[in-house]
Write a protein of this length. Structure first.
Length: 184
């Protein structure tokens, strides 16, 4: 069974490059649609995207590899950074949905001593199929994080907004999070 420390490390690695939002006032941007055929999702978001995929090995066996893909958009008009991350876990993780969601939440908060505090955590429906996941809000020093987490079979999705409190809790962030849809 995968260790809790590995799960935390994986989630922290997943979040790298997501922080660093701008301190601007929020304005609702013009929404454009973005669809990922490989990720099997779509989202409405304005701005230029960048995507990075990594293979994360946690053992010598190729079955012990997680594929992580992150697409992010800097949204200066909305005052933050928006991202969708998905990680494909091997069969070894089957049935560990709650553990993976806990690990993702703890990874957003950061390791003990880094100052991240979970402000709220609640169930959340994600996408048109109304898949149940979690919405977590974290305050970490200058930035805030609002993320919706959902497991679909062996894939963990993290739909995230990072930035100042007013951007993370604003209407543009809500529209981005609500626009996330699972596709076939």
């Amino acid at each position: 069974m995968p260790s809790r420390w590995f799960l935390l490390a994986l989630v922290m690695f997943t979040l790298s490059g997501v922080a660093g939002a701008l301190d601007k006032k929020e304005r609702t941007p013009k929404s454009d649609s973005f669809a990922s055929a490989e990720g099997r999702y779509s989202v409405k978001v304005a701005g230029k995207d960048s995507t990075d995929t990594k293979q994360i090995a946690y053992g010598a066996d190729p079955a012990q590899t997680v594929t992580r893909t992150i697409t992010k958009w800097d949204a200066p008009a909305a005052g933050g950074t928006y991202s969708v991350t998905y990680a494909d876990y091997p069969e070894l993780f089957k049935g560990l949905d709650a553990t993976l969601l806990d690990g993702a939440r703890d990874g957003v908060k950061g390791p003990d001593g880094l100052g991240g505090t979970v402000i709220s955590e609640k169930p959340a429906e994600v996408g048109g199929d109304k898949v149940v996941g979690r919405e977590v809000v974290v305050r970490a020093k200058k930035n805030w994080v609002r993320v919706r987490l959902v497991m679909v079979e062996l894939r963990l999705y993290q739909v995230m907004v990072t930035g100042p409190e007013e951007a993370v809790n604003g209407e543009a962030a809500k529209q981005f999070l609500d626009s996330f849809q699972l596709t076939k």
